[in-house]
Design a protein around this ligand. Structure first.
Ligand code: SF4
Length: 315
């Protein structure tokens, strides 16, 4: 067999891994626990990352300052209509979900875990918003539940992190990934391809940097220019410089190169981002749904007879 993973997918699918681990599909329920972000409240910055508009990807059921339980009940109803599953992960997604006093975090996480069909937590946060106390608490939770932390890394280059007003450097991300892994918590990372100032070579080189980190799974996103962000204003001035992937085909060509060099042990959670159609400024890619994007990618990988890690060398 060509692939070190158990499916015949062309990449190491996180979805397939979870399905095998739990014996069923487990759907993520996006939640907004009302946390904020140190890059918005002035602690490390104001105004946030230049691409950030959390409203663009939040599903309708998380709006309106609803209690966690209410969001979970409505989320289960929402997903039950679309997917055949009654098992869920509570995904603390909006803003920075470890950025609060520990007692507040405990209350939010434990409210979500009080639902029998919530099997675990996926916690999205910034690398500079974790510490030993929070991670050790998560280690305790992980004795009974699936717990995964997703860090917004976005880029491995400090020059880019500065341009996007990220408010932390790559060393901070590297440290958080390593500490979290050492404590036994699986680490997901979020990477954006096409950020301002990055060449294709830079993006490609990021794969080598990521390969050296103890990452469990990864989400790759294309840069999406969303309404009501600073990036939208920049795009009006520098449209060509911010148009790394004008078509989905151009993105797929790059993504396949990246996947071929990626460590095959790193699971793939996502290969592209999706925001609500009425919020996107650029690129449009013909309003492809995510399942269509995946289908096109895997067909092209099959046509090229290639797969994740085909050109990976452990060095
Ligand atoms: S992308 Fe994340 S870290 Fe950046 S401003 Fe938005 S919530 Fe904060």
């Amino acid at each position: 067999m060509k692939y070190p993973w158990k499916t015949d997918r062309r990449f190491n699918s996180y979805t397939a891994f979870i399905q095998e681990k739990f014996g069923t599909r487990v759907q993520k329920l996006s939640l907004n626990a009302g946390f904020t972000c140190p890059n918005r409240d002035g602690t490390v910055g104001v105004g946030g990352c230049i691409f950030c508009n959390n409203d663009a990807f939040s599903p309708s059921y998380v709006g309106g300052n609803k209690a966690i339980s209410r969001q979970i009940i409505e989320g289960i109803e929402f997903h039950a209509k679309r997917y055949k599953t009654d098992k869920f992960f509570a995904h603390f997604q909006t803003y920075s979900n470890t950025y609060a006093p520990i007692e507040k975090l405990k209350a939010a996480y434990e409210e979500a875990l009080s639902f029998d069909n919530v099997l675990g937590l996926v916690i999205s946060t910034r690398p500079d918003c974790v510490d030993d106390e929070k991670l050790d608490y998560l280690v305790e939770l992980a004795k009974k539940h699936y717990i995964m932390i997703e860090y917004g890394v976005e880029s491995c280059f400090d020059k880019t992190l500065k341009i996007i007003n990220r408010g932390h450097n790559f060393e901070s991300a590297k440290r958080a990934i390593e500490i979290t892994h050492e404590k036994g918590i699986p680490v997901g990372v979020h990477i954006i391809f096409g950020l301002p100032g990055e060449t294709y070579e830079d993006m490609y080189n990021m794969v080598d940097i990521l390969n050296k980190l103890p990452i469990d799974n990864i989400k790759f996103h294309q840069l999406q220019i969303v309404k009501e962000t600073k990036l939208e204003l920049l795009f009006q001035i520098y449209p060509k410089q911010l148009a790394a992937f004008p078509t989905y085909d151009s993105y797929v060509s790059f993504l396949i190169l990246a996947l071929e060099h990626l460590n095959p042990n790193i699971k793939i959670q996502r290969v592209a981002g999706e925001v609500r159609a009425n919020t996107i400024v650029y690129p449009h890619w013909g309003n492809l749904r995510y399942d269509q994007m995946l289908n096109i990618l895997e067909k092209e990988m099959a046509r090229r007879d290639t797969w994740q890690g085909k050109l990976y060398h452990d060095s």
